[in-house]
Design a protein around this ligand. Sequence first.
Ligand code: PEP
Ligand code: MN
Length: 338
Amino acid sequence: MIVEMRRGAPPEQVDAVVNRATGFGFQTQLNRGTDKVVVAILGSDTGRCPTEAFAVLPGVETVTRIMRPYKLAAREFKPEPTLVSMGDVVVGGPRIVVMAGPCSVENPDLLMSTARHVTSCGARVLRGGAYKPRSSPFSFQGLGVSGLQILGQARSELSVPVISEVTDPHLLDGMLDYVDVLQIGARNMQNYALLRAVGETGRACILKRGLAATVTEWLQAADYILAAGNPNVVLCERGIRTFEDSTRFTLDISAVGVVKRFSHLPIIVDPSHAAGHYALVPTLARAAVAAGADGLLIEVHPDPTNALSDGLQSLTFSDFQRLMAELRALAEAMGRSI
Ligand code: PEP
Ligand code: MN
């Protein structure tokens, strides 16, 4: 249930709404907008509580039930778009944020040279996996802590925010000193313990869409992070499983429009994991910008043929440079910039 307070309703009136909800055994979350407060009343059986119980309280403008399965990620709770800060970079505003780097951190030289190149081309956030969720236990699993240290070094030398994937709640403490943005990978979208733990850190995070998750399930997963008190959630469409096998996954470009319509959270697109092949990455990246995505997450490697993970879908330095020039022109045509 969503209780919208009148413009300028004093804090005592908001408190009275919260207290009544607590009295019924419900939880609450507040969205303090620029001119009014919205209170979400949360619980498994709010349906049994009449809306009048809140409508009669002073300062209450409207009481509406959110019929969708997700609540805090819904536009009804927060009509204005959410902006997520990653250091000085803001995701969800007029500037499209390109995040790029290798799939995995492999060694210091490789990461530094990639970081220098992608930032010189206009990427504003650096990516690199230190813990890799690989389909096979025999594949390269990432450098772990030393990978994080290498990312930390690039971050301080180039003053660029860094993203890295967290695969287990126990790793979080060790990551927070090195990483600005926590990535929750597609395979962990419904790892609820991990979602809660990332929520508790309050750190900016990227929630990738699960391989076979509907947009509704994805937004419910976002609710776990939001409910733990972390509003800094960026959604990332990275392709889903379909019958089509000419790409690694099928990029669901319509998810960009669907998320914009039903949620206030920013959405970015990862064309690399969807395409699975470098030749298709530019097509999908351009489509994402044209569809209105707030950012892109792109894998770039100085020597893709020898990459320890995802070489086939990684762009070379020159391919990335060319793509960035195209995306800049496209962003401008969309009334945005990169
Ligand atoms: C990655 O970003 O390297 C990754 C493993 O992505 P996904 O979770 O989308 O497969
Ligand atoms: Mn990868």
